[in-house]
Design a binder for this molecule. Sequence first.
Ligand code: HEC
Ligand code: HEC
Ligand code: HEC
Length: 126
Amino acid sequence: MYNAKAVIFGILIFVGLCASPFWASFIGRDYKSTDIVLPKNEKNCIEDADFMRSQHMRLLNEWRDEALRNENRVYTALDGKKWVISLQNTCLKCHNSYEDFCQKCHVANSVYPYCWTCHIIPKGGK
Ligand code: HEC
Ligand code: HEC
Ligand code: HEC
């Protein structure tokens, strides 16, 4: 006879391992710092810098889901400030050089978001 407990335990471990990249994306990783160029005219991001560093990917997913599934285009930050949900018109308005900000850090960390096949990368600064 099989040992049902052992089989179930095995299955749980297997599922846990398969899902671990998924969990990792929620915890957020450390990454190498780079000489990214921060906005000159603004002091603060939507949320604080630590949060943005580790959670911006999650935030963007949330934004997309809000905009597309719930037709909600307003994000209320932890400090109560309201922002228009738009990759192009909000994030990239302040971070106006995709190359010197998003891309520099992504390349240094070997991350290649696939967003730009559809979304437009703004060219250069203002
Ligand atoms: C297959 C094409 C496609 C890809 C790839 C894609 N998007 Fe989008 N995304 C869209 C479309 C279409 C909309 C809807 C635009 C609208 O209604 O304003 C949208 C809307 C959004 C929005 C909310 C509205 C806005 O204008 O910003 C966010 C945020 C967003 N996408 C983020 C992302 C991110 C981050 C990635 C990469 C991880 C990504 N998208 C990849 C097609 C795509
Ligand atoms: C109002 C202008 C503004 C908007 C809008 C904005 N940012 Fe920022 N962002 C900043 C500033 C200023 C900093 C530096 C904050 C600091 O160092 O305390 C920053 C920091 C960051 C960081 C951390 C960089 C580091 O130091 O490691 C990330 C990542 C980031 N922003 C991504 C985004 C994304 C993604 C969006 C859109 C969802 C966005 N930002 C929208 C101004 C903005
Ligand atoms: C300071 C470094 C840094 C900056 C600046 C930065 N990112 Fe990222 N980004 C990362 C890292 C590291 C990851 C991978 C995180 C992980 O897998 O846990 C990532 C992941 C992402 C992802 C998810 C991609 C995937 O395949 O999982 C998106 C979308 C993204 N970043 C968008 C942006 C946008 C848009 C900007 C500029 C407004 C930006 N990032 C600026 C470091 C950065």
